[in-house]
Design a protein around this ligand. Structure first.
Ligand code: 1GP
Length: 252
């Protein structure tokens, strides 16, 4: 089964899917194996790997580590065109549809497409919507585009619908890694009302309750990253997974 269908099945069977974002700059090689195995045992459905700006360059070794330590899918979440690897299962083929920077709407894609085809990994076309947060996030800055105003759910809904009509397979509402405020519930609801493709929500989600609110308002896939950079929070992974998998929580 391809990764997109795996995500669709997970959404169908568990209510919603839970992906953990791994930032190669932040997850130490020593701790990675323990963390990855813990994620799998706790009910995580897959990993996103990548970052808007990658400094350390430990991208390939981290994908390899996931493959050695777990059976979960690895989906590249690329911040730039050098984040393509044949070791991954899939790549989010992100078009920053909230912005008007042609390079991030289609330009980089022209360069990346042959690389993805050569790598033999599954591209999952994704309408990526950067939502305004209190601070300028790395994703907003690096994309050179204006984020969508957080108090304008109707713009988000129209943008997401346009992405669906363009044939994209996912819509991703992104508040930005480490955002003070996650994507507002009203915005998720407005997008859900008009869109039928799965809706990914990430950025600034730091509690199972907030994750569940996002799902209750229409998110189909929840992404968390930052919160687990502190290993004292690892014990919460199962609680996140259970809050998100409302149809089939794991017995504790
Ligand atoms: C993925 O950027 C997010 O969409 C991850 O955000 O690091 O704030 O959880 P956090």
């Amino acid at each position: 089964m391809n990764t997109y269908n795996h995500l669709l099945n997970t959404i169908e069977n568990k209510g919603a899917a839970y992906l953990v974002l791994l930032d190669p700059d932040k997850l130490s090689q020593e701790k990675a194996s323990v963390f990855l195995q813990h994620c799998e045992k706790s009910g995580v459905d897959g990993f996103l790997i990548g970052g808007s700006l990658m400094v350390s360059g430990d991208f390939e070794p981290l994908i390899e580590k996931v493959k050695i330590n777990t059976n979960l899918p690895v989906i590249i979440f690329p911040g730039s065109i050098d984040q393509v690897s044949s070791q991954a299962d899939a790549i989010l083929f992100l078009s920053v549809v909230s912005g008007r920077n042609a390079d991030h709407l289609i330009g980089r894609h022209v360069i990346a497409s042959p690389m993805i085809q050569r790598a033999g990994i599954e591209p999952i076309s994704t309408g990526y919507i950067l939502v305004e947060s209190e601070v300028i996030t790395t994703a907003v800055y690096m994309s050179g585009s204006m984020p969508l105003p957080r108090n304008k759910p109707e713009i988000a809904a129209s943008t997401a619908l346009a992405a669906e009509y363009l044939g994209m397979k996912l819509v991703y509402l992104e508040a930005g890694s480490g955002a003070d405020q996650p994507v507002p519930d009203e915005m998720i609801k407005a997008v859900r009302e008009v869109c039928s493709i799965p809706l990914v929500v990430g950025g600034g989600i730091r509690s199972p309750m907030v994750a569940r609110d996002k799902v209750d308002n229409g998110a189909n896939i929840i992404v968390t990253g930052n919160y687990f950079e502190d290993d004292s929070n690892w014990e919460m992974i199962r609680e996140f997974a259970n809050a998100i998998h409302f149809k089939s929580p794991i017995e504790v």
